[in-house]
Ligand binder design. Structure first.
Ligand code: SF4
Ligand code: SF4
Length: 442
């Protein structure tokens, strides 16, 4: 099949060899588990348990705070130790439920029990996904039932399962596709019931031949589902890049995927849909990569939501060298963590521990802008990072937002990566976006 790609983008060193052959090893947590009530986009969930309550794995512990929100369940059985503010991976504090694991992993009634899916109505299907608390697992954390509730389902042409995994170092989706391909296809089939005219397509970068082969085999006999290999180029896994590759349509700034006839979900999310619909299983576990040259034995894990990052580092044999920088996510879109005690949330897919802080080195070598235009050529959205940086530095927010469309920046880092003057463009754009959004809120 033809290998497709999109305009712009960059080719950072992949570093996937560190963990790509490591299977998704189940990790049973030893310590307490922490469930942040704001681990999704939308309103935080409201705790429905209190200190001293005994809970089972799969039991609801925090109820969605509205339609754009998500339920949260305990991923272990045990006792609620506290309902109190805790720090998340970015260092921010939010209300959390802390459960002392009893090591029994006793499931709540009905969880994991196979159900008859043949006669489910679309409403019942969506209700199962909503009840399971599924959110975008590629990083976004947007509640999946909201994404699947579109105004005109008959106008959706493609349900895209995002298996691009274009961030350097991260390989957990690769392993998921290699080992749970039939389940991902079944999850896609459930999603396709909601969209009568759509086809399901699994998009995979061509640096994952084993995943492509496994998914192609699983698609055999499923007329509405196929695999589309794409060129290995960052940020191929971005929603806009995927839509351009599959439909040849360019999402205009401000448009949603559904406006281009698409629904996009990460392959991990599709797998979670399969578990929820077929086995009444809420989102309790996920694939996770621990990598980077500071880690003794990098690898992939099947981890319970709420486990601390420290437990994962311990499972890798600790650090080979003291890390200079620890990132939640990968080096392109991840963010620096202040401590490893923070819990894994539904939308966290990786921990990258580096012995060299590339940003620090880049900033120490920064020179004036050379006006070479490389950043504009690299931007997958066709933005003008060179002009955006001038407006951002001058705090000309009106020009930044309305003339240069700076709020549409997805923070992919392609401009920073390609800049010969080592200008920290993406970091500047993230700060500027946060400042503008804060001003709007005020
Ligand atoms: S790539 Fe860097 S040096 Fe070149 S125009 Fe953009 S900001 Fe300036
Ligand atoms: S960080 Fe923003 S401006 Fe820079 S390349 Fe990505 S989308 Fe374009």
């Amino acid at each position: 099949m033809e290998i497709k790609t999109f305009h712009g983008g960059v080719h950072p060193a992949e570093h996937k060899e560190l963990s790509k052959e490591s299977p998704l090893t189940p990790l049973l947590p030893k310590g307490e588990l922490v469930y942040m009530t704001n681990q999704h986009i939308g309103k935080p969930a409201s705790p429905v348990v209190k200190k001293g309550d005994h809970v089972l794995a799969g039991q609801l512990i925090a109820e969605a705070g509205g339609f754009v929100s998500a339920n949260i369940v305990s991923s272990v059985s045990g006792t609620v130790k506290a309902v109190e503010p805790r720090k998340n991976a970015s260092g921010g504090s939010a209300m959390a439920i802390v459960v002392e694991n009893d090591g029994e992993y006793t499931l709540a009634e009905g969880v994991g029990v196979e159900s008859d899916t043949a006669n489910l109505s679309n409403q019942e299907l969506l209700a199962k996904i909503q009840k399971a608390g599924i959110v975008g697992m590629g990083g976004a954390g947007f509640p999946t039932h909201v994404k699947l509730t579109v105004k005109a389902p008959e106008k959706i042409d493609y349900v895209i399962a995002n298996g691009a995994e274009c961030e350097p170092y991260i390989t957990c989706d690769d392993q998921l596709m290699r080992t749970r391909s039939a389940e991902i296809v079944e999850g896609l089939e459930y999603m396709l019931r909601l969209f009568p005219n759509a086809r399901g397509v699994v998009v995979i970068e061509n640096n994952k031949p084993e995943a492509i082969a496994a998914m192609e085999k699983a698609c055999q006999g499923h007329d509405r589902v196929y695999v589309q290999p794409v060129l290995t180029k960052y940020p191929q896994g971005g929603e806009r890049s995927l839509i351009t590759v599959i439909t040849q349509k360019h999402l205009k700034l401000g448009m949603l995927p559904a406006d281009a006839g698409c629904v996009v979900d990460n392959v991990g999310t599709v797998y979670a849909i399969y578990r929820a619909v077929k086995f009444n299983e809420p989102l309790m576990e996920r694939g996770f990569t621990v990598s980077g040259d500071a880690v003794r034995n990098p690898g992939n894990f099947w981890v319970k939501i709420g486990t601390s990052h420290q437990e994962l580092v311990d499972a890798c044999g600790g650090f080979e060298q003291e890390p200079k920088k620890v990132l939640s996510g990968g080096p392109m879109m991840g963010f620096a963590m202040t401590g490893l005690e923070a819990p894994i949330c539904k939308n966290n897919n990786a921990l990258t521990c580096l012995t060299v802080d590339e940003v620090e080195i880049a900033e120490s070598e920064m020179t004036a802008c050379l006006r070479c235009g490389r950043c504009s050529r690299a931007c997958p959205l066709g933005l003008s990072p060179q002009l955006m940086q001038v407006a951002a530095i001058r705090k000309d927010y009106d020009r930044y937002e309305h003339k240069l469309y700076g709020l549409d920046c997805i923070g992919c880092g392609c401009c920073t990566y390609g800049c010969p003057a080592k200008r920290p463009l993406m970091q500047l754009f993230k700060t500027t976006k946060a400042e503008i959004m804060a001003m709007k809120k005020r």
